[in-house]
Design a protein around this ligand. Structure first.
Ligand SMILES: NC(=O)c1ccc[n+]([C@@H]2O[C@H](COP(=O)([O-])OP(=O)(O)OC[C@H]3O[C@@H](n4cnc5c(N)ncnc54)[C@H](OP(=O)(O)O)[C@@H]3O)[C@@H](O)[C@H]2O)c1
Length: 346
């Protein structure tokens, strides 16, 4: 039995809590809350123990929220902490809690891999480097976009390697998640230095990858347009689809008209939290033109990284082989069943 503490109970933390509560080999010590808002009550109603920073305990108690202890208390009880904090808070958490209490931790994609606020020396992508995280105490789970790109690029690399000259990706990113209360700004915003390029090259260093990123006023998934330039003649569309049909966590669909179709279908089909947990290759717009293959796929921003965090626990704590870890992950997330349902719908 492994004891896990979730430091952060936002979009990602809530989903991880659901997944952990389905697994008998995991005991969720509890979740951390930093704002005494209605999410605290929702977490308590779900039966999770709530831990808060020392100096905020009184504030929570004044609102009659039952607090089980401080963040320090929970961290002492845990074998590993999943840090799902607001972007950029992970570094201080590591300094203030995880290092002093000698605890392992998994960080999310919003944290730094390089520079003075780096939280770990590796970014995990289960398709690429699952085996390299066994002995690590601190690992960053790549962000949803980074996870999606790794999932598409690695099979191409294994099949075509040196035959590919370069990869150019336009990330069309959603502005907010469905549950976010903040307003979505009516603007198309660019990013001068998208971190995604360096993050992917961190676990696939050999590739020629160029990433541009635009944020658009949507809450419904990301869309990646990937252009893969071959040195000579590119493969056929059938050959490319054959490769992705064999991959885990990828649905190949051809009837969706936009990202909202897929998100709404996931909600209608009662997928947990309305997530598919995968990427969806849109074969109707997969094109071979001259020396390039153009692949567009939507990337379930909130769901993508939940099975990935779970895979990391299988590695860092349970030391399972990748085959065993995938089997266990499938039991909790039913990715294959969901994929089949989506492929039948679209
Ligand atoms: N949302 C996505 O689609 C997505 C996808 C992939 C990766 N990620 C990454 O996952 C991380 C979390 O994202 P999110 O969307 O879940 O954010 P979020 O919804 O804004 O939630 C952040 C949580 O952090 C808590 N928090 C505040 N200060 C904290 C601290 N010092 N230590 C620990 N927790 C603290 C907040 O608690 P209170 O609510 O109590 O204030 C909140 O529950 C980020 O690194 C993000 O880049 C997000």
């Amino acid at each position: 039995m492994v004891h896990i503490f979730l430091n952060g109970y936002g979009n990602i933390g809530r989903r991880l809590a659901t997944a952990f509560s389905k697994d008998k080999s995991i005991e969720l010590v509890g979740i951390a809350k930093y704002s005494p808002d209605e999410e605290t009550e929702k977490a308590l109603n779900k039966g999770y123990k709530v831990f808060v920073p020392k100096d905020l305990k009184e504030e929570f108690q004044n609102k009659n929220y039952k607090v089980s202890g401080t963040v320090d208390d929970a961290i002492k009880e845990a074998d590993i902490i999943i840090d799902a904090s607001k972007e950029g808070k992970g570094f201080l958490n590591k300094m203030n809690y995880y290092i002093p209490f000698k605890k392992k931790a998994i960080f999310q994609g919003g944290e730094d891999r390089n520079g003075k606020h780096a939280v770990a020396d590796i970014i995990h992508n289960s398709r690429v480097n699952y085996d390299k995280t066994f002995e690590k105490d601190y690992v960053i789970q790549g962000s949803c976009n980074v996870t999606g790109m790794g999932r598409v690029i690695q099979p191409l690399l294994e099949n075509y390697g040196e035959a590919i000259k370069r990869y150019d990706v336009n990330l069309v990113r959603r502005s907010a998640d469905l549950e976010d209360v903040r307003e979505v700004k009516d603007s198309i915003e660019w990013d001068k230095h998208p971190h995604h390029q360096d993050d992917v090259k961190d676990f696939i260093p050999s590739i020629n990858l160029y990433v541009d990123s635009l944020k658009v006023p949507s809450r419904m998934m990301h869309l990646h347009q990937m252009t893969i330039r071959f040195k000579d003649e590119p493969p056929t569309k059938d050959k490319i689809l054959e490769i992705f049909n064999k991959e885990y966590g990828i649905a190949v669909i051809n009837k969706a008209k936009g990202t909202a179709d897929i998100r709404k279908k996931a909600i209608e089909l009662n997928f947990e939290h309305g997530d598919t947990g995968m990427i969806h290759i849109h074969s109707d717009i997969l094109k071979i033109q001259d020396d390039v293959v153009k692949i567009s796929y939507s990337d379930d921003q909130t769901g993508m990284v939940i099975p990935e965090n779970y895979m990391l626990i299988q590695s860092m704590i349970f030391k399972k082989s990748k085959i065993e870890a995938l089997k266990q992950t499938e039991k909790i997330f039913n990715i294959k069943k969901k994929r089949k349902m989506l492929e039948e719908e679209f």
